[in-house]
Ligand binder design. Structure first.
Ligand SMILES: [Cu+2]
Length: 148
């Protein structure tokens, strides 16, 4: 009669063992600039896979230039600095690029880009691995602390 109760924990354990996505990058979006001519920002999640990965650069054919930045707190002020030496993603770990943290600045995006458009991003890793994907352009929103 109470036999079925035993199945539930087994199912929960299976769910917790879901393997990491095979793709090194997921959930990519490009936040369009609020004012044409200002840089946009790309946000995404990096996955380390079995061995870990180090992201060394991100580029986009839609932008004249792309740069990885990180936000840091110093003396109570948020400031932005270029990321040098790559972003290390530990094996089976993940690193998120998100508003208020790490981000990729995209300079020189065409003013014709609108929300819903696809923006190609190419990620290069220290191993030589390269991957490209289409990030979805999103409308400018609050919460971006870019002062470029
Ligand atoms: Cu920036």
């Amino acid at each position: 009669m109470s036999l079925k109760i035993g199945f539930l924990p087994a199912i929960l354990m299976l769910a917790a063992c879901t393997p990491q996505p095979k793709a090194p990058v997921n959930d990519a979006i490009v936040r369009l600039p609020a004012v044409a001519g200002r840089p946009g920002a790309a946000y995404f999640t990096l996955y380390g896979g079995d061995k870990g990965r180090t992201l060394v650069s991100v580029a986009s054919p839609a932008a004249t230039r792309a740069a990885m930045h990180d936000m840091t707190m110093s003396n109570g002020m948020m400031s932005m600095a270029p990321i040098t030496g790559g972003v290390v993603v530990p094996a089976n770990g993940e690193v998120r690029f998100e508003s208020g943290g790490k981000h990729v600045m995209l300079f020189g995006l065409p003013p014709s880009l609108k929300p819903g458009d696809a923006v190609q991003l190419t990620f290069t890793f220290a191993s030589g691995e390269k991957t490209s994907l289409d990030a979805k352009a999103e409308a400018p929103g609050g919460g971006d602390m870019h002062s470029h």
